[in-house]
Design a binder for this molecule. Structure first.
Ligand SMILES: N[C@@H](CCC(=O)N[C@@H](CS)C(=O)NCC(=O)O)C(=O)O
Length: 212
């Protein structure tokens, strides 16, 4: 049995960040497929034994289970001494981007991708609203990444690993990567890190069965 087990699934950008980090730090880990589309995260069993918040990802090791991808990244950065901060100021700066990502990048891109590609909801008012909010956040990130290689400091940190969450699915989320040259170049840089894999390669569950 591997040292770390990651509860997650291939379509989950939130799970992807944690899986990518485990790969990049060279952890001994294995995935535990969460059958999100069959309602597993909503089951009493999952909430009682895996995560009371009813979410993936969850990182399990020994008797410990950690949820919230930002906390998992923070834990692994400290544990492996990689992709971490070098000062308390830098730690806060990383945290600032993790929170921005969770709320305003993944927080809009995840539901948008779900509505457009998985539910095939069409361009409803809700979809248009989320698209507008996402665009504002992407403009912020693109401006930040123009003229710099990484989100915080001059090397990759967990801020970068977190932010990649939903960015490798431009067609599924429905955004034009070419409109954001700073983001596009940064995504290519992240891809060069040894251990990088696309979200559909790193976790089980892709492709979705016909009737997901
Ligand atoms: N902020 C959380 C978000 C986790 C999350 O929303 N995960 C989704 C899958 S991508 C989930 O499990 N949702 C279940 C639900 O909301 O019912 C994190 O970063 O871990």
């Amino acid at each position: 049995m591997a040292e770390y087990t990651l509860y997650g699934f291939a379509q989950s950008g939130n799970s992807y960040r944690a899986a990518l980090m485990l790969n990049l730090v060279g952890a001994d880990w294995e995935p535990r497929f969460v059958d999100f589309f069959a309602g597993e995260t909503r089951s009493a069993e999952y909430r009682e034994n895996v995560n009371e918040m009813g979410e993936a990802p969850v990182l399990a090791f020994g008797d410990t289970k950690i949820s919230q991808s930002g906390v998992i990244l923070d834990f692994l950065a400290e544990k492996f001494g990689k992709f971490r901060w070098e000062s308390e100021d830098e730690r806060r700066e990383i945290l600032r981007w993790l929170l921005f990502d969770n709320q305003k990048c993944a927080g809009y891109m995840g539901p948008l991708r779900f509505l457009r590609t998985i539910l095939k909801a069409g361009e409803t008012d809700v979809v248009q609203f989320l698209h507008g909010r996402m665009t504002q956040s992407q403009e912020v990130l693109d401006k930040h990444l123009t003229g710099r290689d990484w989100i915080v400091g001059n090397r990759p940190t967990i801020a970068d690993i977190s932010m990649t969450g939903y960015f490798y699915w431009p067609e599924e989320v429905g955004y034009d990567l070419a409109a954001y040259p700073g983001i596009a170049a940064w995504l290519d840089r992240v891809k060069t890190l040894p251990g990088w894999e696309h979200p559909y390669e790193i976790l089980p569950g892709h492709p979705l069965p016909e009737k997901a």
